[in-house]
Design a protein. Structure first.
Length: 291
């Protein structure tokens, strides 16, 4: 279907955003979705100091947990850019949401921060008021990529701590290839609708455990928890997200896959209140509900 009119109108007014990304402008705190409390913490993982933001839905002592990694490698990101979305998820689900405020300066350092923060959270689950048998993990864009790899790392160690996984427009193929990519959406939409893969030089240290999920051992992928995957029709990453969903299905993983036609990368943070924005959060809330 055609790209949503309000998105095309935005790009006509802000042509530079076609490559640099849509600027996220949060409303004042008092106009953001209401949660009972928001706390900021600095956690230690070895020599790393990692900020986290904790969204608490109500006064109950224990809550299910959703660990969330923001996007921001190819377009502007950060924990504040996803604040409204995290508040929405917390409010709609009754989950305690913990957003990891990792740096976006280096992919290897980013992953180490995310991985270290998750291990710290699991170690301190009791004091954090977390129901350890009701934990989910996820993220957007590169944040989704980090979530997938953290889950796979645990699986490789014989541990499956997360009951559900949420991936918004994930980066699956960890490269900046466009014309030579097997994924047609990269060639069709790169640099046109808010994401340009060629504007960022990707480098990952070989010293850390890291891989493109599509090429991981099927025996490990088959142990992934039930997974929700969103893609957007005009996102360069659409085809690889679609392929990843299909690969998981083939090996028996419970997958809910939704392609948002007419939309672009980042729609779960952009244009709050738009139909797909609201629909995406409703689908996420329904998926995360524990029976």
């Amino acid at each position: 279907m055609p790209i949503h009119l309000y998105i095309e109108q935005y790009f006509q007014v802000h042509p530079e955003a076609r490559k640099r990304g849509i600027e996220i402008k949060n409303p004042p705190i008092e106009k953001r979705p209401k949660v009972w409390k928001v706390e900021e913490k600095l956690v230690s993982a070895g020599k790393l100091q990692i900020p986290i933001r904790i969204y608490i839905p109500n006064e109950e002592e224990k809550h299910p947990l959703f660990i969330f990694f923001h996007g921001g490698t190819f377009i502007p990101g950060g924990v504040e850019s996803h604040d409204v979305s995290c508040r929405m998820i917390c409010s709609l689900t009754g989950y305690k949401v913990i957003a990891i405020d990792y740096t976006t300066e280096s992919e290897s350092q980013s992953f180490q921060q995310c991985d270290g923060a998750v291990k710290w959270i699991m170690k301190h689950a009791e004091s954090l008021g977390v129901l350890s048998d009701e934990m989910a993990i996820g993220g957007s864009s590169i944040g989704a990529h980090f979530a997938i790899n953290i889950v796979l790392n645990f699986i490789c160690q014989g541990i499956v701590p997360f009951k559900k996984q949420v991936l918004y427009y994930p980066i699956i193929e960890w490269d900046d290839q466009v014309k030579t990519s097997p994924h047609i959406s990269r060639m069709l939409f790169n640099g046109k609708y808010g994401l340009d893969l060629t504007m960022h030089s990707i480098y990952l240290s070989p010293s850390i455990s890291y891989y493109a999920p599509l090429y991981e051992n099927n025996n490990d992928l088959a142990q992934m928890p039930p997974t929700l995957i969103f893609t957007a029709e005009y996102d360069p990453l659409c085809d690889e997200g679609d392929q990843f969903a299909e690969e998981l299905r083939k090996i028996g993983v419970d997958v809910k896959y939704v392609r948002f036609d007419g939309n672009v990368h980042g729609f779960m943070q952009n244009f709050p209140g738009s139909p797909d924005y609201m629909r995406g959060h409703d689908i996420t809330a329904a998926f995360l509900a524990f029976e």
